[in-house]
Design a protein around this ligand. Structure first.
Ligand code: AMP
Length: 192
């Protein structure tokens, strides 16, 4: 929604990785074992993807980064990549949702493999026409979700303070509300 509103591409490392897994590229085969286990894919792999995506002319006017950076080393590398290109982060948007609500959301998440549209079995159910074909992400099994949350606490949460110290504007947004309310806040933060 933000990418559409701003007219810039969304660079989501998870989406790029899932596409590589689907196409069974060497990168996808390597990444898959980390993803299925709920572990982070090695930084060198991720940084290669980000360098390519940011160098794409489509991203010349900016981009929304989603799911990246995931740890402080990635954030520092991103800073260098942006600086080399004479660019900088405009803002960090931290969508905050409590652990149990996350488990409930991810366990109910379903994706339409044709359109990429994401649904939730209770909160945003797929229309009848696509209900038969939606799929669950392999890493959205409850045990894997719980491990991903541990990885988040250890590696990703420290990023919020890292960015607060760095002077980049950090906006913490309560993500445990209806989609429309979260969207409204995000749009007002980016000035739309
Ligand atoms: P996501 O779609 O953002 O939830 O990511 C799904 C999975 O892809 C994660 O659990 C990781 O295994 C991998 N992944 C995505 N983005 C990153 C990243 N920035 N660094 C390391 N691993 C990542």
């Amino acid at each position: 929604m933000l990418a559409e509103e701003l007219g810039v591409p969304k660079i989501a490392t998870g989406d790029i990785l899932r596409e590589a897994v689907r196409q069974e590229t060497p990168l996808g085969i390597e990444a898959r074992r980390y993803m299925d286990a709920g572990e982070l894919v090695p930084d060198t792999v991720i940084l290669g993807l980000i360098r390519d995506a940011l160098a794409d002319p489509a991203a010349a006017g900016g981009a929304i980064l989603d799911g990246f950076p995931r740890n402080v080393a990635q954030a520092e590398a991103l800073g260098e990549i942006l600086e080399e290109g004479g660019r900088a982060l405009d803002a960090v948007l931290a969508l905050e949702v409590a652990g149990e609500a996350i488990v409930q959301r991810m366990a109910g998440r379903r994706t339409d493999p044709v359109t990429g549209e994401v649904y939730h079995v209770d909160h945003n159910p797929p229309p009848a026409a696509v209900a038969e074909r939606v799929v669950q992400r392999p890493d959205d099994r409850e045990e894997t979700i719980r491990h991903r949350l541990e990885v988040y606490e250890a590696s990703t949460r420290p990023l919020v303070e890292h960015y607060e110290r760095s002077g980049v504007p950090v906006h913490r947004v309560d993500g445990d509300r209806p989609i429309e309310a979260v969207q409204r806040d995000l749009l007002s933060i980016i000035g739309h």
